[in-house]
Design a protein around this ligand. Structure first.
Ligand code: 3EB
Length: 316
């Protein structure tokens, strides 16, 4: 079964462990050297109070094979494939073109493997709120992503669960989990499908599902996408952290209910905070409703500048 956890071990310690599909790093720059390590730099920050150093993905009791193909770093175990590409700041100066080519390469690589069913994408984009209107970086990213998906013949109903937030280091890291097993992509009845958002949110709508689940012989699993204080297509409670957290939790409860997962099936919650000052209130709010889930609090810009917090979940 696919296991997600958080670790306080160093990169050196984790490099010596052979069973990790992926070791995700925080508070470290996206450089050329980082391409060669068994380590994926997220570009995200941590808060001073953080007791984690890395995020880990592994398969219980299964060997891992890994390699590099072009820009793709990949690892494979138990029917799951983890693939990532990182670009330095200079390499993503034209963000739309860079995103399109990264997605084209990731999708082409994944599609020629046995694990070609897309389950989950993470997108850590530079200065995501920089630029005005249709030139905001998030919107340029959405243009590049949608072009690559279309070019690969992947349409709305096939988009997997995802997160897209702004990193704090510059550069861009995109990573994906795919599988030999086909996932089921879910909508949120309280939210408009992101791929059908109206024109005001950009030329290209965001290409993701609200959640993706998998019925797996060794146990079912569910990825809940980055979830925020949005109802319909509108941001609610601008500037009010407590209220944004409540809407976010309501959306997560709805997705759990719709997909048939219990609250205590949530293994991990990865929380993205626009400001360090959001930490205490967010912890209080999430610990109250999800006491048993392991949580990390990262510093990231949320893709809409009026959102303070976003939360994703992995359930198994
Ligand atoms: C939203 O619901 C908030 O563009 O891949 C959440 C998860 C969000 C994924 C993406 C964006 C993405 O529209 C933002």
């Amino acid at each position: 079964m696919l296991i997600n956890s958080y670790s306080s071990a160093s990169a050196e310690q984790l490099n010596a462990e052979s069973q990790n599909l992926a070791v995700i790093g925080f508070d470290c720059p996206i450089t050329r050297q980082s391409q060669n390590q068994n380590h994926i730099p997220s570009g995200l920050g941590r808060t001073d109070a953080s007791d984690f150093v890395h995020e880990l993905w592994k398969i219980k009791d299964e060997p891992v094979i890994s390699g590099i193909s072009g820009l793709c770093k990949w690892s494979e175990s138990g029917g799951f494939l983890f693939t990532s590409i990182s670009l330095t700041a200079e390499e993503c100066e034209d963000l739309e073109a860079a995103t399109e080519s990264v997605y084209a390469e990731l999708l082409a690589f994944i599609n020629q493997t046995e694990q070609r069913n897309l389950l989950r994408f993470w997108n850590y984009v530079p200065a995501i709120n920089k630029g005005l209107g249709d030139n905001e970086n998030y919107k340029l990213f959405c243009n590049g992503r949608l072009k690559a998906f279309k070019q690969a013949g992947i349409n709305d109903a096939d988009f997997p669960a995802a997160t897209a937030v702004g990193n704090v280091t510059g550069g861009m890291t995109i990573y994906a989990i795919s599988s030999v097993y086909k996932g089921i992509h879910h909508t949120n009845n309280k939210q408009q499908n992101a791929y059908q958002y109206p024109r005001q949110y950009g030329i290209s709508s965001p290409s993701f599902a609200r959640a993706t689940s998998l019925e797996h012989p060794k146990g079912n699993l569910l990825f809940i996408s980055g979830t925020a204080s949005i109802i319909g297509h509108e941001t609610l409670h601008e500037g009010d952290l407590a209220a944004q957290l409540q809407i976010t939790k309501d959306n997560i409860f709805h997705l759990l209910e719709k997909t048939g997962y219990e609250v205590d099936s949530i293994q991990t919650m990865k929380v993205y905070l626009r400001n360090k000052s959001c930490l205490e209130e967010s912890k209080k709010s999430l610990d109250k409703d999800f006491p048993d889930a392991a949580k990390i609090y990262t510093i990231a810009d949320i893709c809409r500048s009026n959102l303070l917090v976003e939360v994703e979940c992995y359930c198994a």
